[in-house]
Design a protein around this ligand. Structure first.
Ligand code: ADP
Ligand code: ADP
Length: 227
């Protein structure tokens, strides 16, 4: 029984069919890399699985719940309570300090401000950006912003982390460090991860790789539950 599954997902933007029969099953505690060329549908698959986008057809099931049938507000609550997201751009709020950006998932979950800030500080330190706690996102380099985004994705102890090219702005050593930290954390906590990347050295951190081509996953990735 997978924790999360997307079955036969289709999604078109105005002109482009981005997903065409894509399926992915994710077990609890499993790290799956989604790879494929630019434009193959990786980001769209991640956005459908995490409930940011609604697929045109197919189903997304998380822990027994049909995510694709939830309202916008319900999907937003699901993301807040169960998921950690690292998107490619713009996920940090420019008006808030780094510390408040990382604390935000906890504050939105009505956690006391002191606890939220303390937890945020722990994660900021782990990712080596504690000197930036008071900085605004606009002052950060791309790699620093990715470290902050990962800290924010992990701070609330999510059950699934979705990360879209989370180390693309880091150098090889930095990317390696950050991925080791993420993998250590999710192994300890039993968190599942969907890791979108076009980089083989990043995909090597995953338990399994699902390859997308023209919006389709390889036939065997659908698993026994696919129709
Ligand atoms: P990737 O590195 O995954 O290929 P892209 O550069 O294709 O990422 O996409 C980055 C962002 O731009 C995403 O949020 C995506 O949804 C959006 N995007 C990609 N292609 C288009 C497009 N043709 N029109 C509008 N937005 C797009
Ligand atoms: P990948 O992450 O593998 O680069 P994407 O899911 O970003 O793939 O994109 C799949 C296809 O959908 C591409 O042709 C891209 O240009 C298109 N696309 C992605 N996002 C948008 C968008 N917001 N509006 C229009 N087209 C988009």
């Amino acid at each position: 029984e997978p924790l999360l599954s997307g079955l036969n997902l289709r999604k078109a933007y105005e002109r482009t069919a981005a997903l065409d029969a894509a399926s992915l099953r994710l077990a609890a505690g499993e790290i799956v890399a989604v790879t494929g060329r630019s434009g193959s549908g990786k980001s769209t698959l991640m956005l459908c699985l995490s409930g940011v986008l609604r697929p045109d057809s197919g189903e997304v099931v998380f822990d027994g719940v049909r995510v694709d049938r939830l309202s916008e507000a319900e999907r937003s609550r699901l993301r807040r309570q169960e998921f950690g997201l690292v998107l490619q751009f713009g996920q940090l709020l420019p008006e808030l300090s780094v510390g408040d950006n990382v604390a935000l998932p906890l504050l939105l979950d009505a956690r006391p401000r002191r606890d939220a800030r303390a937890a945020a500080r722990t994660w900021i330190e782990r990712f080596g950006v504690d000197h930036l706690e008071g900085a605004r996102p606009g002052e950060l380099s791309g790699g620093e912003a990715q470290r902050v985004a990962l800290a924010r994705a992990l701070v609330s102890g999510p059950r699934v982390v979705f990360a879209d090219e989370p180390t693309g702005a880091l150098d090889t050593v930095g990317a390696q460090q950050v991925l080791e930290l993420v993998v250590d954390t999710v192994r300890r906590e039993g968190t599942s991860v969907v890791l979108v990347t076009h980089d083989n050295t990043v995909a090597a951190f995953a338990d399994r790789e699902v390859v997308l081509a023209d919006g389709r996953t390889q036939a065997d990735d659908a698993g026994p539950g696919a129709r």
